[in-house]
Ligand binder design. Structure first.
Ligand code: SF4
Length: 337
């Protein structure tokens, strides 16, 4: 490639320190950078990436997952990390999308802030190699923070990037990275955080429960994991209890969605209590268990009985009498099992 032609790369930007450094290193070498943030239903760092892109003065595009991403969460080829995080598969998926974006926009290569050995699940040398290979990027994927520990990539061999000005960071320590950030004028140094609920132990229990017992689950069921206390009543039925007013509103909202797999919503009638969803197969015993959970978490006390409204999509509401239920009184949410 003629050096007069402007070299452009696409850099994955989470908003964390590593990806900010990767961008700044490319800018120092006169490379034009476009930032790409990848958002899944389990991540929450979009604002951090937007702020980072503003600070670094690079254009940012946010890509969201397609539903096929959930297949990765259900059956990761390279396994899970400490939680339900399928990091190697997830990164392969991200880089496949980044590769398409690079081709569409005419950029020459992809850059990532990965550091060899920083994360036990996804950043060992062999993981980085698997990610480059299975994403189809091969040596078009440059990791400037650890490049000198890895085989030279095409941008280095072609002289688009000066390998001698790249780095050999290794492992989990952030000291050297923070020092480099200061040298490169990055003053806002974010705390390390994956920003991904799949890495959280309690959330992961709900994911495993869903993946094992409801293998056909779709986006709606995964979205529901973010709201309420989840109780596994039977293999075919789960009960979700709102923990506060916003969650009660959210449960009623998701229950009305077209792709919802909740059979019914129990809504307190004239007393303070949670909204409860029964998801999956509805039985009379399951309904009583759900009503029992509603009483357990209501303000009217565990020994009372009271009327509650049953809402089903597309049908008029019914009223049932909720009674205390011993198994509901003793049941543990999935996160405590
Ligand atoms: S932490 Fe979450 S978003 Fe990040 S690579 Fe792992 S699974 Fe993907």
């Amino acid at each position: 490639m003629n050096r007069v032609q402007k070299i452009r790369c696409v850099t994955l930007l989470s908003g964390g320190l590593d990806s900010k450094l990767a961008i700044r290193i490319m800018q120092e070498q006169g490379i034009e950078v476009e930032a790409l943030n990848f958002k899944t239903i389990f991540t929450c760092c979009q604002d951090q990436s937007a702020q980072a892109a503003r600070d670094l003065n690079v254009p940012l595009t946010v890509l969201t997952q397609q539903d096929d991403y959930l297949d990765i969460v259900k059956h990761p080829r390279f396994g899970y990390g400490k939680g339900a995080n399928p990091c190697v598969d997830c990164r392969i998926y991200m880089f496949e999308r980044a590769k398409s974006y690079m081709e569409q926009t005419g950029a020459q290569f992809i850059v990532s802030g990965e550091v060899v050995g920083q994360r036990p699940m996804s950043q060992k040398k062999r993981d980085l190699h698997a990610i480059s290979h299975h994403s189809g990027l091969e040596d078009l994927l440059l990791r400037p923070l650890s490049a000198q520990l890895l085989a030279p990539t095409l941008p280095e061999r072609e002289g688009w990037v000066d390998r001698s000005k790249l780095y050999q960071f290794f492992g989990r320590s952030r000291k050297g990275l923070i020092r480099l950030a200061k040298e490169l004028g990055i003053t806002d140094i974010p705390m390390p955080s994956s920003g991904c609920a799949l890495t959280e132990p309690l959330f992961s229990r709900k994911v495993y429960d869903l993946v094992v017992l409801e293998p056909e689950s779709s986006r709606w069921q995964f979205e529901l994991l973010k709201h309420g206390r989840h109780f596994r009543y039977s293999e075919a039925t789960k009960i979700v209890v709102g923990r506060n007013e916003p969650e009660n509103d959210m449960l009623q909202y998701v229950h009305q969605q077209k792709d919802a797999s909740s059979a019914l919503a129990l809504v307190p009638q004239g007393f303070q209590g949670p909204v409860v969803l029964l998801v999956g197969e509805e039985t009379e015993a399951g309904r009583h268990f759900a009503a029992g959970l509603m009483l357990r978490y209501s303000k009217i006390g565990p020994t009372e009985t009271t009327a509650t409204t049953i809402e089903r999509r597309g049908r008029s509401n019914e009223t049932i009498i909720a009674q205390t239920d011993e198994s509901a009184a003793a049941a543990l949410p999935i996160t405590k099992q």
